[in-house]
Every structure is written in structure tokens, then in C-alpha cells.
Design a binder for this molecule. Sequence first.
Ligand SMILES: Cc1cc2nc3c(=O)[nH]c(=O)nc-3n(C[C@H](O)[C@H](O)[C@H](O)COP(=O)(O)OP(=O)(O)OC[C@H]3O[C@@H](n4cnc5c(N)ncnc54)[C@H](O)[C@@H]3O)c2cc1C
Ligand code: SF4
Length: 330
Amino acid sequence: MRPFDYRRADDIDGAVAMLALNPSAAFLGGGTNLVDHLRLGVTAPDLLVDVTRLGLDRIEPLADGGVRVGGTVRNSDLAADRLVRERYPVLAQALLSGASGQLRNLATTGGNLLQRTRCVYFQDVTTPCGKREPGSGCSALRGYQRYHAILGASSACIATHPSDMAVAMAALDAVVRVRGRDGERAVPLTDFHRLPGDEPQRDTVLQHGELITAVDLPPLPEGMRSRYRKVRDRASYAFALVSVAAVLDVRDGTVADVRIALGGVAHKPWRASVAERELRGAPATADSFRRAADAELAAAEPVEGNAFKVPLVRGTLVAVLRELSEETAR
Ligand SMILES: Cc1cc2nc3c(=O)[nH]c(=O)nc-3n(C[C@H](O)[C@H](O)[C@H](O)COP(=O)(O)OP(=O)(O)OC[C@H]3O[C@@H](n4cnc5c(N)ncnc54)[C@H](O)[C@@H]3O)c2cc1C
Ligand code: SF4
């Protein structure tokens, strides 16, 4: 591991200024992803700026009925928060399905969104990987592909984004608030992570030195129910093979509104907008749910090692929508 400096920032402007002055510096949240990467040699910043004492650890109701989650709120605190459990069960469920209790006690909102892919070649510095080393190729194209993408991938990278929390936030139309040298901006979560294209090294639209200060969760209309389901190789402490976050409102047997995001299928949390369009105004029946899943998955381009994900997503999505529709029917 290369030596590096450590500084604890006292305020947001100071944290942003430290990174602005040093292109090789990085923010440090809970360190549960970044410190692994330092040890593995995946990344080697010469300065870590600890952002966990900036007062960004609060969860606050917003005037419009939504909730603001500070950028350094720990994953455990977010999952346990009363407002989140009551208003956004999908988010609490997603958080609790991730990692372990000890890791969630450290992991922060900002760090979770910016955690990097679990592609084995990305973490193994002896193998070519264009995300870690631009232009070096993609070992996964002819290698281990079980956790890789079936939607939106490119010939440069077929990695998936590993976060559970981000998938729930995508279904909730969350907005990421960031602060950089040029001030503040707000980015819809669905636009925050990128597809790989020919720049797989860029996971998000964030510029160097921009700090995630908060994530805003808009209010959910009365009557909407939400759920997160994660399918994995073992019952706990494993990343998603696929996951579904869904928010559904059924009135008089018809889908009044629906939001769906998929995890484990793409370089970003995948908002299933084709399925959503298919469902709005349709009868809330298993047939409609199957048709919507098929419409979304028509664009899937699995590789040999992950073709199983197509029927797995279909089955999981239909099951989650059926359960939610039975709960919301009125
Ligand atoms: C064994 C293991 C199992 C896991 N299982 C799961 C799982 O099942 N599901 C899941 O979703 N996750 C899982 N994780 C990942 C875990 O959720 C992430 O490691 C964690 O959320 C990262 O948060 P952190 O605060 O520790 O980030 P850090 O490691 O501190 O930082 C991660 C990245 O974010 C940047 N960063 C941190 N905070 C900010 C900020 N406020 N603004 C801008 N940049 C910032 C850092 O510079 C770094 O690039 C697992 C991790 C481990 C080690
Ligand atoms: S899939 Fe992406 S992260 Fe994995 S080896 Fe290929 S370029 Fe690297």
C-alpha cells in the first residue's frame, strides 16, 4: 500500500477546497470500500479527507413531505430511522439486505452510492480491466460473468453497480445534492450513475472534488406501497445477482402508478421505464406484470455466464408486483 496523508475536514467548504487543490486526493466516508481498494492497490490517492465530521449525519423531514438524508448518515441509522421505515420501506429493506451489521454501522450514504463494482477483475490488479486502467481491455468478456450486466453494457465493460440502497433510491426518484468548487447542484439519482460506453472508468457524473452532501427523497403519494427483493447466492452477506425495487399504487384493479428499479443488471441502478409505461393504466394482473417484464427485458443482451438473469429478473419482478398489488388493491 502506498503511503498517504490523512486529514479530517472541519467544514464542507474546507473539504471541497482540499480536493480542489489536489487531483490525487479522495474523500473518506466509512472506508469500507475505499480502504479495501487501497490495500489491493486498485487506487492510490496521496491524501484522504475524512468527511464524517461535517454535520451531514442528519435525517430530516422536508416541508413537502419528503425526507433529506445527510451524505454521511450511516447505513444502519438510515435503515432504522422511523420516517424511513414508515414512508419508504423499500429503502429500509434494501439497506438491511446489504453487507453486514458491522459494515452498515460504518458505511455512509455518499460512500454507498460511490462504492465501486465487485467485478473480480477490477479488484485483481494482475488482470486487464479498462475500468481500473483505461484502455487495458476487459477480462470479463471472456471470463467470470455471473455478476455482470445484461442491460446497457458496452464492449468496454460489462460490470454492474453493486449497491442495494441506490436501487431503492432510483425507484423513489431520489435527488443527490452535491457541493463542488462552483457551488451546489442537484442530480436525479437515475442520472447520477453512468452506463459504461467507452469510458468505463467513469462510474458517475460527479467531477473530482464534488462532495455528496445529501440525498432528498420526494414524498410518496398516499396509498403507494413499496418493496425490495434481492436474489443472491446465499442468504446473507452477499451481493445481488438481481434485485427489484418497486413502488405501486393500484386503484379499482388498475395500476394507477408504478415505479420500478432493477439491481445487479447494469452499470447503474436500472430504472425499468419501459415496464412502467406498459403498466400504467393496465389491469393489475399477473398477465400485465409478465408483459411489462418481457417488454423491459426485450433489450437484454446477456453473455454466456449470466443468461440465467433474464428469467430470474422476470420471475422476481412479477412476484414483487403481484405481492404489492395484493396489498394495495382497494
Ligand atoms: C464484505 C462486504 C460485503 C458487502 N455487501 C454489500 C451488499 O450486499 N450490498 C451493498 O449495497 N453493499 C455491500 N457492501 C458495500 C458497502 O455497502 C460499501 O462498502 C459502503 O456502502 C461504502 O460506504 P463508505 O462510507 O464506507 O464508503 P468509503 O469506502 O469511505 O468510500 C467509497 C467511495 O466514496 C467516496 N466518498 C465517500 N463519501 C463521499 C461523499 N460524501 N461525497 C463524495 N464522495 C464520497 C470515496 O472517496 C470513495 O471513492 C459490502 C462491502 C463489503 C466489504
Ligand atoms: S467488466 Fe468492467 S470492471 Fe470488469 S474487467 Fe471488464 S472493464 Fe473491468
